[in-house]
Write a protein that binds this ligand. Structure first.
Ligand code: MRU
Length: 356
């Protein structure tokens, strides 16, 4: 297999169709076996795509939601502002209900809604033009943010380091380089030698299916491990830093990310390894005072018992608890890396300073 870093970091995972009638995404549930683009043209397809993780990763969900509400708004077929706003809010609330934890979803939809409410005096056609500009801007800004986050993250990596990562926070979850895994692609591009341990990330295997796929296609030295192997690779002295993405960061620095992340942070603390959370400021929710305010998505038990297995691996009557995210306590986080810089404890001060 040819390694082509640009093919990985510049992949179009979410985009608008040329005629603006659809949102086109890579169906991430089919990876790594098939790269298939699908078209989303109605609200049900859009809601399902987010809910079923065909498009996933906090920033990618936000970008996709911006495009989705724009495509839907074009279908309203009214020149009446009040009717337009009513239907816009209806669709916004519907899309927003697809997944609860990643704040980027409501953040992007809120930005789009603000375009409508700020331009009440304009015609619906003019508002549609502004909405198009806004969703394209959300995407462009994410590209710039990911690059900046990757640069800051890379400044914390040394030649020869082993980096452990969890879930997928690379190009597929964002745009271009990614957040939690952005520095790893940039390291490759700049000739910094690193070795990556990718947790497979049960139960939906984003680490195995997406992260190890992206890194190995880009030519990054990556080793896939099961989640319960993180401790041994740390104990062996093979990990010099952990880098992960985030779905919502509270004002005190508590960070929600894929289930299992907090366990990695606890292990890192025990072994004296720095634990870095990387994400754009759009993932910081200053309305959440602590991680206790973050709603954690619960998903279908089938994902644990049956998905990816030829036959069910537990009896039908066995109960499952399947939280999709956990919250890493701020005391376990060495630094939170945003596009605006590297925040260190106390996070109540360093995060607040980002929004001044
Ligand atoms: O359930 P997922 O796959 O959407 O969860 C994704 C994660 O937890 C990512 O680490 C997070 O969204 C950051 S993506 C840059």
């Amino acid at each position: 297999m040819e390694h082509d870093i640009k093919a990985v970091t510049h992949i179009d995972n979410v985009k608008l169709s040329e005629d603006r009638s659809a949102v086109i995404i890579i169906d991430q549930t089919l990876l790594p076996n098939e790269v298939k683009y699908i078209s989303l043209t109605n609200d049900k397809e859009m809601w399902d795509a987010i809910n079923l993780l065909q498009v996933r990763g906090a920033p990618a969900i936000g970008i996709c939601a911006g495009y989705c509400i724009y495509v839907l708004a074009r279908q309203f077929d009214t020149e009446d502002y009040d009717e337009f706003l009513r239907r816009f809010r209806e669709e916004k609330d519907y899309l927003n209900s697809s997944r609860p934890t990643a704040v980027n979803l409501s953040w992007a939809l809120g930005r789009m809604e603000k375009v409508v409410t700020d331009n009440k005096g304009k015609s619906v056609q003019e508002i549609l033009t502004l909405l198009e500009e806004e969703c394209l801007a959300i995407h462009q800004e994410d590209i710039a943010m990911c690059r900046a986050i990757s640069e800051y993250g890379l400044s914390l990596i040394h030649d020869g380091d082993g980096i452990l990562t969890h879930c997928n926070a690379g190009p597929l979850a964002t745009s271009r380089y990614g957040t939690g895994q952005g520095p790893l692609f940039l390291a490759k591009e700049k000739g910094v030698n690193i070795h990556v341990f990718a947790d497979e990330t049960r139960p939906l295997l984003q680490g195995a299916r997406l992260t190890s796929y992206e890194l190995s296609r880009a030519g990054v030295d990556v080793t896939l491990i099961c989640d319960n192997m993180a401790s041994i690779v740390m104990k062996n002295g093979w990990v010099q830093a952990c880098m992960v993405g985030c779905d919502r960061v509270a004002a005190n620095g508590d960070a929600a990310n894929k289930i299992g992340t907090s366990g990695v942070a606890i292990l890192a603390k025990y072994y004296g390894i720095p634990f870095y959370v990387l994400g754009p400021t759009s993932t910081i929710d200053m309305n959440c005072k602590t991680g206790g305010d973050i709603k954690i998505e619960l998903r279908d038990p089938e994902e644990i018992k049956e998905k990816f297995y030829a036959k069910p691996m537990a009896l039908p009557e066995v109960k499952c608890y399947n939280p999709s995210f956990d919250v890493t306590d701020h005391s376990l986080i060495t630094a939170i890396i945003t596009e605006k810089g590297i925040c260190r404890p106390p996070y109540t001060e360093s995060l607040a300073a980002l929004f001044k």
